[in-house]
Design a protein around this ligand. Sequence first.
Ligand code: OXD
Ligand code: MN
Length: 598
Amino acid sequence: MALTNNKAVLAWLDEMAAMTKPAEIVWIDGSEAQLEELRKEAVSTGEMIKLNEELLPGCYYHRTAENDVARVEDRTFICTPTKEEAGPINNWMDPKEMYAKLSKLYDGSMVGRTMYVIPYSMGPVGSPFSKIGVELTDSIYVVLNMAIMTRIGKAVMDSLGDSDDFVKCLHAKKDVNPDDRYIVQFPQDKTIWSINSAYGGNVLLGKKCFALRIASYLGMQEGWMAEHMLILGLENPKGEVKYICAAFPSACGKTNLAMLIPPEYLQKKGYKVWTVGDDIAWLRIGKDGRLYAINPEAGFFGVAPGTSEKTNFNALAATKKNTIFTNVAINNDDMTVWWEGLDKNPPENATEWKGAKVNGKEFTADGNKLAHPNSRFTAPAVNCPCISPEFENPEGVPISAIVFGGRRAKCAPLVYQSRDWTHGTFVGATMASETTAAAAGAVGVVRRDPMAMKPFVGYNMADYWNHWLEMGEKLGDKAPEIFHVNWFRKDENDDFMWPGFGDNMRVLLWILDRCEGKVGAKETAIGYVPEIKDLDVEGLGISEEKLSELLAIDKQNWIDDVEDPATGIKAYFAQFGDKLPAAIKAELDKLEANLNNM
Ligand code: OXD
Ligand code: MN
């Protein structure tokens, strides 16, 4: 039975059903009873495997097709009316052409199947930040993941009322053919069409497709921001909590930073970290003129490999109940899960991620991976031991600092502060990271990833930078301070110079000290770096010499970063032509002048 009389929703649903021709349409009401029925059905068809109820209560396993294990950027499109609106770094096709092409693929794609209708809210239901979507899908796996990652069900439809302000999301699994796989955003139509995939980032349409691509476009129109940022709260011994947002490209430890455990001596003093979000932040200017953030999601869709008690105790704890594991390995002795980096004991009686039964010890000793490197857990945020008490606050949390970061062996110092919001926008726009052995291709190649939004910006990146500048003008002197960090600097022996993980807290403390004007700093060509005395390195055993090396700015490295014909800032900016905002160009000129004067 339909959960609504909303004419816009029902008309669109009719149209999509006429195209995909499902045997049945089922509305997802959000009740535990209905979800439990779906879990049972998925287990009976083999779509999901039930894990050990005592050790992992409420947990399930799912395996995707071998060709369908990650987001597909080359098959992701932003279909704005003109190519210029999508900009030079997005794939684009004329919306009419794309609708026509995809309509053929969707035609009859759900014959004999059930179409599930999932009303969902990004953000707490009814919050002024929140936005509503409806996802149509023929996958129970999608329904059960959306039930963890978003707020779903009847309450969402009630909150929509008879408004037509919702994002229309259509997903059909079809035959998972990679040659006909499309992940398409139509920002002007608030529409997302995804076909021929069943992997998380491509099919949980509330996440990257809505909360970043469509939402970044809506934010530009409506005067707010959708960013690929974690949100954390840092509590000091007086019980005061200050909030930080941070954007990092993938493979830089974003989820770990969001759930950081302070070094023991800081814990003893009374410092704590609270997680508000690990991936996406929606930011608005509040009544007091400050910038406020919510996490629009309700769960964590985290990369499993590398997650352990040591690297991220809190994330691991979050996966202990009501979690869906995708493409990890199964330990058949006790029906639990395993992945590389969980511990040093791969199960002997294992099923690897593709489904083969293997002796995990021998299999991994031969250099094979039991879990896919991009295998995932979908865990409810409420499971996380350090989830912030403000997680459900409909007004969001006030942001003191915005942090950008990347993996740079030489160029960027451990931390620096931008001179102001405009300079900070430039720092975000020039963000880059070096490739690791974890990804295919050459190691150490610089990739530009502005604000970590390269794969997620729903319109022209140059207009997006302009929107950042406009937000800065509106915020004025209430704007958060903007910083850049680099946990990955290496010395002449190619060893990391900074311990990272919990010790990153020391850098966050300096950042907050700067926000509160408690400490001075050294002005350099690229911004402000800490005075050595102001960085708390108690118990780290780092010499003053090492610290100054960590904070040093090498003139030639920076000139190369600007000038490199393949990967440099100038070459990157050139593709935006005269759409590059003048203020960003002026910041580049200033950087060059500062470097020449060094
Ligand atoms: C993610 C990503 O999955 O950024 O969060 O790729
Ligand atoms: Mn992400």
